[in-house]
Design a protein. Structure first.
Lengths: 246, 336
C-alpha cells in the first residue's frame, strides 16, 4: 500500500452550503476492483467528477502514480490513464460505433502512439471483447440503451486506462447481461486495470464484483472494508434500509 | 510511407469535388457569356468550403468570419500597392499578396480564437459578432491602411504587370484562383476528416465535455480548425476581392451579410460534409442570381426563409440527406 495507483487525501467539494464530498480519503491499488455504493445524493458522481477533473475540489489533493493531479486538466488525466464511462452514455452521435471506440484509442493513454488505422483495429478488438454484437458501421445514435453502455465501455477500454471509473454501468441491464459484464471486468482486472464502479442499487453485482466496498453517505466515507464486512455493517444497513425497530 | 489500397479509397471522395470544380472552370472559360456567373458561383463555393472547415467541423458559428476575408483582401492590396516599384517581381507579387493575406488572417484568428474559443456555443457566436464591426471601426478610426478612404491599386497593378496582363489578371486569373482555393480547401477538409484531427472534431462537435474525458484537448483542435478556416478566408479575400476589384474599402469588406451568406451556404449544403459547400454554393448562388433577374433588389430576402426551411426540414443539408440515402450503397464512398 506504499505506492497506490490513486491516493485521495481529504478531498472536499462544496456547492454553496451543501457539502457534496466531505473530507474523503481513500486509495486504490493497481488491478483492484472495487465499488463505491451509497444512496442517491451520497456524493458518488461528484467524487467521480473530482477524480477525472470535470470538477475541481475546494480542499484536499489527489495523487495518481505519485504525481499530484489535483489541478491537471480533464483531457490530460485521460492520457495519464484515467478512463470513464457515464451514467447516461454519451456517444458521439453521428459517428459510427467503430469511430466512437477508435476515438478512445486515438486520444487515451495511447495518444500519439497509434495511427488512425491502428486505432480502428483496436476499436474492432474492444467492440468484440465487450460483447457488442452489432454492425460497427452503424451510427451510435441508433444503438439500444444497453448497446450504448457497452459501446461506451469499449471506448473507455480502448483508452487503455490504468484506472477505469464506471458510473452505474449496470443500471438497466438484465441479470444475464450483468453477469457477462462482471466476467468481463474480472478479465480486465486480471490485466492490471483498476476498476472503480459506482453502484446505487444492484447489490447482486456488488457482491459478485468487488472485493472492497466504500460506502458513501452524505458526502463522507461511512465504511471502507471488504464487501462482506461492509454489507453487514449495522450502520451501512441503517443507511440503506433504515434502522431496525427497537 | 507505403500507399495502401485503403489509403487510396479514403480519398475517392475527392473525385466528385475536384470534378465539380474542374467542370466549373471548363464551362466558365469556354463560355465567356457565363464567366461572371461562374465567378460568382465559385466565390460562394469557396466561401462555403472555407467556412465549413470551422462551422461544419466544430459546430461553432462565427459571426465575425468575414473579417478574415477582409484582412486577406487588405493583405493583397497592401502587397500590390507596396511593391509597385518592383515590377521585376512579376507574378510573385500575387503570391506574396496571398501569403500576407493568409498571415494576417492567421494572426487575427489566433487573437480572436484564443479568447472567444474558450466560450461555448451561443456565447461564442455572440462574442464574435463584434469582431467584424470592431475591426472595421478600428481601421476607420485609427486611419491605418488609409482608413475609410480605402486602398485603390489598379494603377499599381498596371505598373507591375502592364495594361494587358493586369486586365487579364482581374477578369480571368483572379476567378481561376478562387476555384483553386476552393479545391484546396476541399482537399484540406478531407485530409482533416481522415486524420486524428477529424476524429477529435467529430467528438467535440457531438459532446465537448465527453470529448475532454476521452482525452481530447478541445481548445487546441477548435483553434486548429479556426485558423485553417481563417487562412482560406484570407486567401479568398486576396483573390476574389482584392485582385478582382483592385480596390478595398473597409465598409465593403467588413460587411456581416457575407458571414450570413456563408452560414446559409454551409447549412444548405450540409455542415461538416465535403460536398456540401459545393451543393450549397451552387444552389444559393443560382437562386440569388435568378432572384436578381426576376425580382431585382429582393435577393437579400432569400436568407431568412431559406435558413428557416433548412433548419426545420433538413438540418443535415442537401448532402447530409443524400449521404443518409446512400448508406451501404457503393456510391457512399464518393458522397461524404
Amino acid at each position: 500500500m506504499d505506492n497506490p495507483l490513486l491516493r485521495i487525501e481529504h478531498l472536499t467539494k462544496r456547492f454553496g452550503g451543501v457539502v457534496a464530498v466531505d473530507d474523503v480519503s481513500l486509495s486504490i491499488d493497481e488491478g483492484e476492483l472495487f465499488a463505491i455504493v451509497g444512496p442517491n445524493g451520497a456524493g458518488k458522481t461528484t467524487l467521480f467528477n473530482l477524480i477525472n477533473g470535470v470538477l475541481l475540489p475546494d480542499e484536499g489533493r489527489m495523487l495518481f502514480e505519485g504525481r499530484d493531479i489535483t489541478h491537471v486538466p480533464v483531457y490530460r488525466r485521460a492520457s495519464l490513464g484515467i478512463g470513464r464511462t457515464f451514467q447516461i452514455p454519451r456517444p458521439f452521435g453521428a459517428a459510427s460505433v467503430r469511430e466512437n471506440v477508435a476515438i478512445g484509442a486515438l486520444f487515451g493513454r495511447l495518444a500519439g502512439k497509434v495511427s488512425v488505422e491502428q486505432a480502428l483495429a483496436i476499436a474492432d478488438d474492444y467492440i468484440r471483447r465487450v460483447g457488442l454484437r452489432t454492425d460497427a458501421d452503424k451510427p451510435c445514435a441508433v444503438l439500444t440503451p444497453v448497446e450504448r453502455k457497452l459501446m461506451e465501455l469499449a471506448r473507455a477500454l480502448a483508452m487503455k486506462p490504468k484506472l477505469l471509473l464506471m458510473d452505474e454501468a449496470m443500471a438497466g441491464m438484465n441479470p444475464k447481461e450483468i453477469d457477462g459484464l462482471v466476467a468481463l471486468l474480472q478479465r480486465i482486472k486480471g490485466e492490471g486495470v483498476a476498476v472503480m464502479a459506482l453502484v446505487e442499487h444492484i447489490m447482486r453485482a456488488v457482491a459478485g464484483l468487488a472485493e472492497r466496498v466504500i460506502v458513501l453517505h452524505q458526502g463522507a466515507v461511512l465504511a471502507d472494508a471488504s464487501t462482506e464486512a461492509a454489507l453487514s455493517d449495522p450502520e451501512v444497513v441503517a443507511v440503506y434500509f433504515g434502522k431496525p425497530p427497537g | 510511407m507505403k500507399l495502401h489500397r485503403q489509403d487510396l479509397e479514403n480519398y475517392y471522395a475527392l473525385l466528385p469535388v475536384l470534378g465539380a470544380y474542374l467542370a466549373l472552370l471548363l464551362v466558365g472559360s469556354s463560355q465567356p457569356d457565363v464567366w461572371q456567373l461562374v465567378a460568382m458561383l465559385a466565390f460562394y463555393c469557396a466561401l462555403g468550403q472555407a467556412f465549413n472547415l470551422f462551422l461544419g467541423m466544430t459546430g461553432y458559428v462565427d459571426f465575425g468570419y468575414v473579417a478574415f476575408v477582409g484582412v486577406g483582401t487588405y493583405g493583397m492590396a497592401l502587397s500590390i500597392s507596396g511593391l509597385s516599384d518592383m515590377p521585376d517581381l512579376g507574378v510573385w507579387v500575387i503570391v506574396i499578396g496571398l501569403l500576407v493575406g493568409a498571415a494576417m488572417a492567421t494572426v487575427l484568428s489566433l487573437a480572436v480564437g484564443a479568447v472567444a474559443l474558450r466560450l461555448r456555443g451561443a456565447y461564442f457566436a455572440i462574442a464574435t459578432i463584434g469582431v467584424n464591426e470592431g475591426f472595421r471601426y478600428f481601421i476607420e478610426g485609427t486611419h491605418i491602411w488609409n482608413g475609410s478612404d480605402g486602398i485603390v491599386f489598379s494603377r499599381d497593378l498596371r505598373l507591375i504587370f502592364g495594361r494587358e496582363t493586369a486586365i487579364e489578371l482581374t477578369t480571368f486569373w483572379a476567378d481561376v484562383l478562387v476555384i483553386g482555393i476552393a479545391a484546396m480547401a476541399a482537399v484540406v477538409t478531407l485530409i482533416y476528416m481522415r486524420s486524428k484531427i477529424g476524429y477529435a472534431l467529430t467528438a467535440l462537435r457531438a459532446d465537448e465535455d465527453a470529448a475532454k474525458v476521452i482525452g481530447i484537448n478541445v481548445t487546441k483542435y477548435k483553434i486548429m480548425a479556426f485558423i485553417t478556416s481563417a487562412v482560406f478566408a484570407g486567401l479568398l479575400g486576396g483573390a476574389a476581392w482584392a485582385l478582382k476589384l483592385t480596390y478595398v474599402f473597409p465598409s465593403d469588406v467588413f460587411e456581416i451579410h457575407y458571414t450570413v451568406e456563408a452560414i446559409v451556404i454551409v447549412m444548405l449544403g450540409g455542415a461538416g460534409t465535403l460536398l456540401g459547400p459545393i451543393a450549397g454554393g451552387l444552389v444559393y448562388g443560382l437562386s440569388k442570381y435568378w432572384l436578381a433577374v426576376i425580382l431585382p433588389g429582393f435577393q437579400l430576402l432569400l436568407f431568412a426563409p431559406l435558413l428557416l426551411v433548412i433548419v426545420v426540414l433538413f438540418p443535415e443539408g442537401l448532402v447530409g440527406v443524400l449521404k443518409k440515402r446512400l448508406r451501404g450503397h457503393p456510391l457512399a464512398k464518393l458522397i461524404i
